[in-house]
Design a protein around this ligand. Structure first.
Ligand code: ZN
Ligand code: ZN
Length: 359
């Protein structure tokens, strides 16, 4: 069983390489290495050729590499990370690499190790293989989403007034891990009151007070696959303005979810939710894209945004997360994860989204 989905993925990669006239491809981005080979170690490079697939790693990871990537030939790195490539067919020809990941210094080392080869950046080609998730990936994403939902439920039992954002961060991480995740999928955003106006306000030492909104953006990791959820809750009875903003964001979020279906571009879906917020006069306070794909990386493509021309396909997993952020007032964001189906989408996130008031 192990290695089977990986080899299918390598075959898709080879088809892309053929279309681009590449003789080989060097893969360095950890998520792409894991996706194509199964290898999760801290040092590794894949070298994919039409008939062969190699995993280069150092002494520390040799046994792990053999176990995790049985379909790959394991090559030990001694000193120069790229030197072994010469002996496995990299001495000449056109070689693809991930220009959006490799540093300039690493690229120079690669060139020096293979002076007879020419190089071409094909980052998007490699990463786009991960856009449509297979059944195994979707199952793991569902588990990661479940852990986030369970953590939210646990957190709602806590007394949040008087806690600092950092304390709430910790409680959330504990709950996510207790619910089956191996770790947090990113540095959670815990933003209360005026700090809610910072779309990426990481937790601070600010104390949560009555009368504030509290935005929680968090998720877990299960076998490498991430979840990502945001809920905004009211601490004490919300005022009229808080209710107004919350209702607009919720309406935009629901419209956004309804709009997700195969055949549309990310841009078209973004426009549907954005229009709801614009119609209510808050367009300038929604300054980010509607969503992004989630998988082995917390943020991956395709996105739902004003610039996204890529077309949605069944099997893609995306977030739908509109928000309104008003300086010196605060903000609201609501985020679910959805799976694109043949006819529309399935909402994976199960946490309630009607305004929750915590006393
Ligand atoms: Zn999020
Ligand atoms: Zn997100």
């Amino acid at each position: 069983m192990k290695g089977v989905p990986q080899m299918k993925r390598v075959e898709r990669m080879r088809a892309s390489m053929l279309a681009l006239n590449l003789d080989a491809c060097v893969v360095s981005r950890p998520e792409n290495i894991r996706y194509l080979s199964g290898f999760t170690g801290g040092e590794g490079i894949l070298f994919i050729r039409p008939g062969k697939a190699y995993l280069l790693t150092d002494f520390r990871y040799i046994e792990q590499a053999k176990a995790e990537a049985p379909e790959f030939e394991i090559v030990q790195i001694k000193e120069n990370r790229y030197a072994p490539l010469k002996d496995v067919g990299g001495e000449r020809g056109q070689i693809g690499f991930e220009g959006d990941f490799l540093t300039y210094t690493e690229y120079e080392k690669l060139q020096q190790a293979l002076p007879g080869a020419t190089f071409r950046s094909v980052s998007e080609t490699v990463t786009s293989l991960r856009g449509v998730k297979d059944a195994g990936e979707i199952a793991l994403i569902r588990q990661a989403v479940k852990a986030a939902d369970a953590a939210f439920e646990v957190l709602l039992q806590e007394r949040l007034v008087g806690q600092t954002e950092e304390e709430i961060f910790l409680a959330l991480e504990f709950a996510v891990r207790k619910a089956g995740a191996s770790g947090r999928s990113f540095d959670f955003i815990v933003a209360s009151g005026w700090r809610g106006a910072l779309p990426h306000g990481t937790a601070s030492s600010k104390v949560v007070e009555r009368g504030e909104f509290l935005t929680l953006d968090f998720g877990g990791v299960v076998h490498g696959y991430c979840s990502d959820i945001t809920r905004t809750v009211a601490i004490g009875e919300p005022d009229e303005k808080q209710r107004e903003i919350y209702d607009i964001v919720l309406a935009a979020q629901k419209e956004g979810v309804r709009a997700v279906k195969p055949g549309l571009t990310g841009k078209e879906v973004d426009a549907v939710a954005r229009k709801v917020i614009e119609t209510h006069g808050y367009g300038e306070y929604f300054g980010h894209g509607l969503g992004h794909s989630v998988g082995l990386a917390i943020h991956e493509g395709p996105n739902l945004s004003v610039r996204e021309e890529r077309i949605l396909e069944p099997g893609m997993v995306l977030t739908v997360e509109p928000g309104i952020y008003i300086p010196n007032w605060g903000g609201v964001r609501i985020e679910d994860m959805v799976l694109v189906t043949e006819t529309g989408c399935e909402v994976l996130t199960q946490s309630p989204k009607d305004l929750i008031i915590i006393e």
